[in-house]
Design a protein around this ligand. Structure first.
Ligand code: BJW
Length: 233
């Protein structure tokens, strides 16, 4: 596909882009999140009810991610290449909490649902890198209210990150591409309509047509490692 006719591209990615790097998607888990109920581990209420369970849940995912040496796949690499060669403005918005886009070389990226390998002071919002593990007893002393670091993850009911920047880019986009997301979680699922409202051309790349496929101008079904490099080359 030729990208020369476009000036501002926004790409949205979801779990499907990392699936072939060995990271499980969400909706393919029969409602169970790594053997836990979603509301127990991915909501503020779950965290308040049992913080140790939630902290251990994310520590285990950090261990799995780091010890599994997960690597970017051809889809991550193709997106980094597109950003590199594209002349106009390029924003990559990912719902994924892994760092595979960065490992592939993507630069202008927003993790709207947070990052697995970071934790956050609940008072000051200061971020701490945790490449390996954080213990549940790990207190944060960055401000005058020492408290337990929480995972830097956007749970259901919390405000996604970087929305001002995302909506600003969407309001000027002339091409919107959605890759490997089921279109079931908002506000990300509404981005295609935002982009279309300003006249952007929109393309969905997914294993199967998503719940919101009818909003897109073009839908391409297939594995991310095949359809993304095909689109970008
Ligand atoms: C492949 C493939 C391969 C597989 N190749 N493809 C309406 C408006 C606004 C909000 C709401 C609303 N209605 C409801 C809400 C609230 C709620 C929500 O959306 N609920 C829905 C369940 C209905 N949203 C929120 O609470 C959000 N906050 C919020 O709305 O704040 C207020 C607000 C209001 C208005 C404007 C702005 C803000 C926060 C959402 C936080 C989501 N967090 C999670 C958990 C992260 C923590 C963790 O990992 O433990 O983020 S949920 C989970 O879903 C995760 C993902 O990022 C997210 C999206 O999932 P994704 O990426 O789409 O994965 P899957 O598994 O669903 O799909 C994978 C796809 O890939 C499938 O289609 C496969 O076919 C495909 N695939 N292999 C290509 N090889």
């Amino acid at each position: 596909m030729s990208f020369h006719q476009y000036k501002k591209i926004v790409v949205l990615t979801g779990a499907g882009v990392s699936a072939e790097s060995g990271i499980q998607t969400f909706r393919d888990t029969d409602g169970l999140w790594e053997n836990h109920k979603l509301e127990d581990v991915a909501t503020v209420e779950g965290y308040k009810k049992d913080p140790e369970l939630v902290l251990e849940f994310y520590n285990q995912r950090r261990r799995d991610f780091c010890s599994g040496h997960k690597k970017p796949n051809a889809a991550h690499l193709a997106l980094a290449e597109l950003e590199e060669k594209f002349d106009g403005e390029f924003l990559l918005v990912t719902q994924n909490i892994d760092n595979l886009h960065e490992q592939a070389g993507s630069k202008n990226i927003i993790h709207m649902h947070g990052e697995l390998l970071k934790s956050r002071c609940p008072t000051s919002n200061q971020l701490t890198e945790c490449f390996n593990d954080i213990e549940t007893s790990n207190f944060c002393h960055c401000c005058q209210y020492p408290s337990t670091l929480r995972p830097h993850i956007v749970w259901f009911g919390e405000m996604p990150l970087g929305l001002d920047i995302i909506y600003h880019h969407l309001s000027q986009a002339d091409l919107f591409i959605s890759i490997g997301t089921s279109g079931t979680v908002y506000p990300a699922a509404g981005f295609v309509e935002e982009a279309k409202s300003v006249g952007a051309f929109s393309i969905e790349l997914n294993l199967e047509a998503s719940e919101i496929h009818s909003h897109f101008d073009q839908v391409i079904c297939g594995k991310a490692t095949s359809v993304v490099p095909d689109l970008v080359k």
